[in-house]
Write a protein that binds this ligand. Sequence first.
Ligand code: SF4
Length: 329
Amino acid sequence: MIIPVFVPHKGCPNDCIYCNQKSISGQTEEMAGARMREIVERNLSSFTGGRYIEIAFYGGSFTGIDKRKQLELLETGQYYVNAGFVREMRLSTRPDYINEDILETLRKYNVRTIEIGVQSLDSEVLRISQRGHGIREVAEAARLIKDYGFRLGIQTMIGLPGDTREKDIITAQKVVEFNPEVVRIYPTLVIKNTKLESMYKNGEYSPLTVDEAVDICAHLLEIYKENGINVIRIGLQPTEEIREGAEVVAGPFHPAFRQLVESRLMLKKIEEMIERMQLGGSREITVFAPEKELSYITGQKRCNIKSLKEKYGFSKIRIIKSNEFRIAN
Ligand code: SF4
């Protein structure tokens, strides 16, 4: 279980074109020890026992905020770790806010996972997005985090200005080389009061459609799965602010985005099996799969079933719960 503690835009001198941290985190108030205690206590009281609980500092560049504030928040978290309520802490930050001194400090507390916002490993995309760091800083931060024994998390984005499907795939392949434990993939959304919103309104930027974003993410998910890397999030979590008509002006937002991506990947897997087994001429097929995969096979509004029928001319597709995944005619 994660207890999220949002530290919005604190200490961040950058202005990435897509970012309005206050909207994303839904929080404009400063984070301090007392407020963090309230959040942690409220979450702890709602959890049932026996859970693995982590405190996660999200929302900004934790290691870029005022050092006293960092220590105040880390000490607050450490109190709950020492008391046995929380097992560890995790945080997210920018690649250029990682160095040996910073990691020495974090090592003194129970910070176990450090996620870095990489977004893209294409220098042109980084430049247009005004990230303020290059690929070299990412590689150095990833190496240091691993060398110091932390779990490494990498956050990437797709559909930024200047980005392409090919660049996203190359980015994922390079991310694999950093050997992270976890990855997050965020399709770019146009958020209110950002430079990207102006670019969108001036016609200088077109966001991906949901279908394009799902297709790219399915490919990236496959790359990470093949390399044993856990993709812990795909798409921003829907909140009061993160939904169409609220802070999201445009872009591939869907409240069940991950489900769409997993279903698309499943469709690809089934198509590959059908073609390998040359079942294209059959009238009927049966797909056997573990229970947790069944909804991915059908897809939202039965879209995978419709697509398979259309593509291969099947009149019937049976889906049967089984321990193993296989297809028969
Ligand atoms: S570095 Fe992070 S917090 Fe700062 S502007 Fe960029 S995305 Fe926002």
